[in-house]
Each structure stands twice: as C-alpha cells, then as structure tokens.
Ligand binder design. Structure first.
Ligand code: UDP
Length: 456
C-alpha cells in the first residue's frame, strides 16, 4: 500500500451509504491505496455486514451520545450530539489509523458538511475532498447563503415578499426560485441551530477544498455547474451513483425484495401504478396519510406504497384489508426502489423529493409528484416541477384528497412532449456515467486528486 486516505461520513440518513459507495469506487480505481472509513458503529454494522474489501478499513467512532443520556425529543438531538464530537473523533481516528497502517494520511475525503476538515488538511498540507451527497441546486443555496440573506433581508423584513414570492437572480445560475423553497436554515427556519450553523460554515469554507464532487451529472444543471465550477476547485459531478455499474464497486447484485413488490408489479398494467415513498426519515402527518389513501381508493389508482410499519395505524379504517381483497394496492415497509422505479408498470412516483429518490426517478424516466418536508426537498421539488419540467407538486403543499386526485389526473395524462423531456433527461443521466461520459471523466480527475497524481 502506498497511500492512505481517510474518509469521514455524516452518519445519518443516506450519507454513510453514499460515502461508502464513493470509497468503494475510489478503492477499486486505486488498488494500491488503503482507505480508512470512519463512521458510527450502528451505521457501520449495517454497511459492512456483507462487505469485504481488502483496501477499505472500517473504523467506528463515537456517536457523541453519553452512556447515561436520556433523549428528551428535541429536534435533531442525535445529530447535534454527534456534531459536537465530530472533529475530535476524526482527529483521534486518523491518529489510530495511521498507527495501524504505518502510513500517514495523504488525503481527506469528507462529507462536505464538515468544514473543520479544511483546517485539518491545511495543517498537514494534504488535499481536502468535500463530498456533497445531494444536488447542485441545494449546494448553491448553501454556498450563496450570505448573498441570498443580503438580497432577501429588505424583502422579508420590509414585508414586501411573502414566502411564496418567486425571486429572480437569487441564486447565481438558477432563476427564479421561490423563497419558501430555499433549504431550511438559509432564510427561513431556525438559523441558529447547530445544523444551520454547520451548513452556513460549509458554504463559506468550501472554496478552500481541493475538490468538491457531487452525486449528480452536469447535464442536469449546466448553468449551476458552470457557476459552481467558477467558484470551487475541481467541482465534479460524478453521479448518479445508482446508475454506475455495480462491477466498478465490486458489489454483488442483490435484489432485496423481501415483500415481493416486483411480482406484484408484474401483474399490473404498463405505466398504471403510482409508487409512493417518502424516503428513510419522513412520514407525512396522519391526516395527510388519510387524504392520500382516500384519494388512491376513490381514483382507483393502483399503487405500491413503502411506509414504515408503525404508521400503518394512521391509514383509514379497513384500508389495508380492502386493498388486499380487491388487489388494487400493496403497502410494504420496504421496496427495492430502484428496481421498482424501473418496472414497466410504474407510471408516477409520489415522493418527498429526497435527492436520491429524485435521481433514481430521473434515471428510470418516471415523472414525479412531490410533497417536500424539509432540508433540500423543497428546492429539489422546485427543480423537478419548474426547471426540469418532469413532475408536479401537490397543490397547496399538503396532501388533500382533491389536490392529490388532481395531481394524479395531471401526471397520468401528460403529453408526449412532456414524456420526451423525461426520456431525454434519463438518456443524459445514463450517458454521463457510461465510459468517457462526463461523470466518468470527472471521476478520473477525482481519482487523480485523491491519489496525488494531479498536481494541485
Ligand atoms: N429506499 C428504498 N426503499 C424504500 C425506501 C427508500 O430503496 O422502501 C431508498 C431509496 O431508493 C433512496 C433512499 O432510500 O436511495 C432514500 O434516499 P432519499 O435521499 O430519497 O431520502 P432520505 O431517506 O435521505 O430522506
């Protein structure tokens, strides 16, 4: 082994899986380098359950939760506890991994959230690669937070702009955008929370990174890409990750279809099914679940719904029994989402607008109906509806029976030109990750940065 690269992930939601996928791609491309992967134990146990990759070493770091801690239900309580110890955990971890391998760390590949990596990298004069797991739109909102706040302050404070106002030139490379669609913590929300402060700091530090790879493809957002490339070193679109050949990450293909979703879809008509899923963290409030369920039943829309089991009790009385008897729908706690979206029976994806879900829908050419909740989901949904024109948003922002039925009617009857747009983006996504495609080329640049072959 001739190089030692330290990888540090934000240990919640889909971040660890994406950081590990990135690590595996890098480890496959640089077989003489060793990668130390730092993550909390609980998350590592899931990630490394079936993984045996010679040049990736697993390291468990503390989650910051004291042994006798009692959770009181504050927002992002676990996240905040972790953020308080993150820097020290990485510094400690690097020292241990250097002793274990006998190799000094030569590059830091770190979730972009952690801007403390800038100082760490400068102290030892090594590259800092800041990986942004989401889209160019949300990254731009964080990079330009100060500018956005400056532009918005007179409008918001003076009362001349409501949150539904669409403002031109608010984010360079993206115009216009609706104020309330900015990610939480930029203008609205709790600007003083540790999470908002962390994102703000990230925005002001990111220009010091040696490279900023993101899980997207540049053809999706050419203007944002051009702008970000002018502000950041080696701004590299290297996704969509889920489309990249499993071969490259040396992953055995495993179809995790415990609940027989695919065989259920096999018995449905082409493009007839609404696939519903709100990601791994969020569930709509109970009254919205009822409205959505009633809209599905009344409109007789066949559906496959991934929802955590503890929320089933909020569905209307007798709903699960009725759909099982008449076969119009299937409710499961987990689906193999990418395979589901690529099934010929799926005609629309009802989503919270999480970045991975959006990319997976784009890659499968499925139109979306978005019901965003927090974080980057609003700006992702704005892009889906208004910039890329490949989906719509639930009118009024929440599921009501009327708005949901109208969204189904609209999307299921979309014109040929709209469907051509969706197909065109799908095609661009696949081309980007193909050999010599833009993401493939960008990844080669990233490998050069990480292994030190590229002179900085
Ligand atoms: N997912 C899945 N099956 C499910 C629910 C979620 O495979 O039943 C996957 C989905 O394919 C996506 C991820 O979980 O890759 C959710 O990520 P996203 O960024 O969309 O939302 P988050 O969970 O971070 O809010």
């Amino acid at each position: 082994m001739d190089k030692h690269i330290a990888v540090f992930t934000f240990p919640y939601s889909s971040h660890p899986a994406l950081l590990l996928t990135l690590t595996r791609r890098l480890a496959a491309a640089a077989p003489t380098a060793v990668f130390s992967f730092f993550n909390i134990e609980k998350s590592n146990n899931l990630l490394f359950a079936n993984l045996n990759c010679e040049n990736i070493l697993r390291y468990d770091v503390s989650d910051g939760i004291p042994d006798d801690y009692v959770f009181v239900g504050k927002p992002q309580e676990d996240v905040n506890l972790f953020l308080a110890v993150a820097e020290e955990e990485l510094r400690k971890g690097v020292r241990v991994a250097e002793m274990d391998t006998g190799l000094k760390v030569s590059c830091l590949v770190v979730d972009a959230f952690f801007s403390f990596a800038a100082d760490m990298a400068e102290e030892t004069n090594i590259p800092w690669v800041a990986f942004w797991t989401a889209g160019a739109c949300s990254l731009s909102a964080h990079l330009y937070t100060d500018l956005i706040r400056e532009k918005c302050a007179p409008l918001v404070d003076g009362g001349s702009a409501g949150s539904d106002e669409e403002i031109a030139d608010l984010i360079p490379g993206l115009e216009p955008v609706r104020l309330s669609d900015l990610p939480s913590g930029v203008v609205f929300g709790n600007l003083k929370s540790p999470f908002s402060i962390m994102l703000h700091k990230m925005g002001t530090t990111l220009s010091r990174a040696t490279a900023v790879p993101i899980n997207s493809f540049q053809e999706l957002d050419p203007h944002l890409t051009k702008n970000l490339s002018s502000k950041l070193n080696n701004f590299l679109n290297i996704g969509p990750f889920h489309l990249i050949s499993k071969e490259k990450t040396k992953t055995p293909i495993k179809l995790d279809d415990e609940f027989s979703c695919i065989s259920w879809l096999d018995n449905q008509k082409p493009s007839a099914v609404a696939y519903i899923c709100f990601g791994t963290v969020f569930t709509p409030p109970p009254h919205e679940l009822v409205e959505l369920a009633e809209a599905l039943e009344e409109s007789k829309t066949p559906f496959l719904w991934s929802i955590n089991q503890k929320s089933n009790k909020h569905l209307p009385n007798g709903f699960l029994e009725r759909i099982t008897v008449n076969g119009t729908g299937k409710v499961v706690p987990w689906t193999p989402q990418d395979q589901v979206l690529n099934h010929v029976a799926v005609g629309v994806f009802v989503t919270h607008g999480g970045w991975n879900s959006v990319l997976e829908s784009v890659g499968a050419g499925v139109p979306m109906i978005c019901r965003p909740f927090i974080g980057d989901q609003h700006i992702n949904s704005w892009m889906v509806e208004r910039v890329w024109g490949i989906g719509s948003r639930i009118e009024g922002g929440n599921f009501t029976k009327r708005a949901t039925r109208s969204a189904f009617e609209q999307v299921f009857s979309w014109s040929k030109s709209r469907n051509e747009k969706i197909e065109a983006l799908k095609d661009l996504a696949h081309k980007a990750v193909a050999p010599n495609g833009s993401s493939d080329e960008n990844f080669k640049t990233l490998v050069d940065v990480v292994t030190g072959s590229k002179v900085i």
